[in-house]
Design a protein around this ligand. Structure first.
Ligand SMILES: *Cc1c(COP(=O)(O)O)cnc(C)c1O
Length: 425
């Protein structure tokens, strides 16, 4: 069946034919490609066409598709049972690793998605502080939590939605939005309203308005200001956790938030989220404390096994160094190819996450990100897709390099990019 037919059929039964909006190619036009299988750094569509994959399922697949060790762990666990609804040692095992890798996490609780992690973390922050206000940063995305769908990045930004109907005004009114990389704006807000604000939540490296690194001292300043005003600092590391550094962006930049959210990598491609932080805060959760949070499939054994195996592979010598090398070469090569073709680009990168913006830059926040020429991005996307390279179908997302992207993938990608850029000018 052609992609058009597959998509038309999907549209009969699934709104927009997809289970998550950005998959529908709304940001770049055209018909989504239906995938059948993946192996290492590559994915294969239902026609058998091969692509070098920089989507990595939007971040989780840091050790590539169907890694033999991850597959073996999932298979083994499936034979033993997929869910018990009772504690298993696997949860303690993964929690111990997370707390070992991320110094600010003394305790952690597993959930089933990044959305659930951020939703639960802000409930906990509101519960322990007795305050209702939440600060979020324009262009950061924290899943589709009601309180956090205000000025959100990712699909909301790709599809130019103003926010979302269905989010009560009363909740949106409790969310204060400030620009990224602007500590002065946070300071003004906290001086005025600090006593009403439970927490600030932000991505330490923004990834959902395209990749934007934190300016020097930005995160440190946020830490100082929040401490001063008794506001909890929540770092949403659902994308950056275990990716930009074994201990997440907070370890890379030397910041100790009060709470952290994880997802994506930590589930090794299965549905997982987690939130963790200071023990005194985490112990306010039921059953120890009064803040309620629960989940039938939380800490799911299959997901724990996939997560544990993924972290074990990542812990092997040189894994992060290799990803850094390949990502650095990709950033340099793409920039060079675009410039040679007469295009003006800004390639932002932190570790193995990167975005090509079609603007002179610098891209430092939501406003500068939206200066990028999304029409050019769409041409770039389709040019690469045609040549067997799959990047995110939206300007406002990251390209992810996995531990299995190597020289062969790099060379083929840069060849496709030279041809694509040549065609665009
Ligand atoms: C992907 C993402 C989320 C949402 O996670 P889901 O598993 O899609 O619910 C939250 N925060 C950030 C930073 C993300 O990148």
């Amino acid at each position: 069946m052609s992609m058009e037919k597959l998509f038309a059929e999907a549209n009969r039964f699934i709104p927009g034919g997809v289970d998550s909006p950005v998959r529908a190619f709304g940001g770049v036009g055209g018909t989504p490609v239906f995938m059948e299988r993946g192996s290492g750094a590559r994915v294969y569509d239902t026609d058998g066409k091969e692509y070098i994959d920089y989507l990595g399922s939007w971040g989780p697949l840091i050790v590539g598709h169907a890694h033999p060790r991850v597959v073996a762990a999932i298979r083994d666990q499936a034979g033993k049972g997929t869910s018990f609804g009772a504690p298993s040692e696997l949860e303690t095992d993964l929690a111990r690793r997370v707390c070992g890798l991320v110094p600010a996490c003394e305790k952690v609780r597993f959930v089933s998605s990044g959305t659930e992690a951020t939703m639960s973390a802000i409930r906990l922050a509101r519960g322990v502080t007795g305050r209702q206000g939440v600060v979020k940063v324009a262009g950061c995305y924290h899943g589709h939590v009601d309180s956090l769908l205000v000025s959100a990045g990712s699909g909301v930004l790709t599809l130019s939605l103003p926010g979302s109907p269905g989010v009560p005004d009363a909740l949106a009114a409790l969310t204060h939005v400030i620009p990224y990389n602007d500590p002065a704006a946070l300071e003004r807000l906290l001086v005025e309203k600090g006593s009403e604000i439970a927490c600030i939540i932000l991505e330490p490296v923004a990834g959902n308005m395209g990749v934007i690194p934190p300016a020097a001292k930005y995160l440190k300043k946020v830490r100082e200001l929040t401490r001063e005003h008794g506001v909890l600092m929540i770092l949403d590391e659902v994308m950056t956790g275990f990716r930009v550094h074994a201990g997440g962006a907070q370890t890379l930049f030397g910041i100790k938030p009060d709470l952290s959210c994880f997802g994506k990598v930590i589930g090794g491609g299965l549905p997982v989220g987690a939130f963790g932080g200071r023990a005194d805060l985490m112990d306010q959760l039921a059953p120890v404390g009064p803040v309620y949070q629960a989940g039938t499939l939380s800490g799911n054994p299959l997901a724990m096994r996939a997560g544990i195996e993924t972290l074990d592979i990542l812990a092997e010598d040189g894994t992060y160094r290799r990803m850094e090398e390949v990502s650095g070469a990709l950033q340099a090569g793409l920039t060079q190819a675009a410039t040679a073709a007469g295009l003006t680009v800004t390639a932002n990168r932190v570790g193995s996450m990167m975005t090509m913006f079609f603007t002179a830059g610098p891209v430092t926040d939501f406003d500068s990100a939206t200066q990028s020429d999304t029409g050019l991005y769409a041409k770039y996307f389709h040019g690469m897709l045609k040549r067997g390279v799959y990047v995110a179908p939206s300007q406002f997302e990251a390209a992810f390099v996995s531990s299995l992207h190597g020289d062969a993938e790099l060379e083929a990608t840069l060849k496709a990019a030279r041809e694509t850029f040549g065609e665009m000018t």
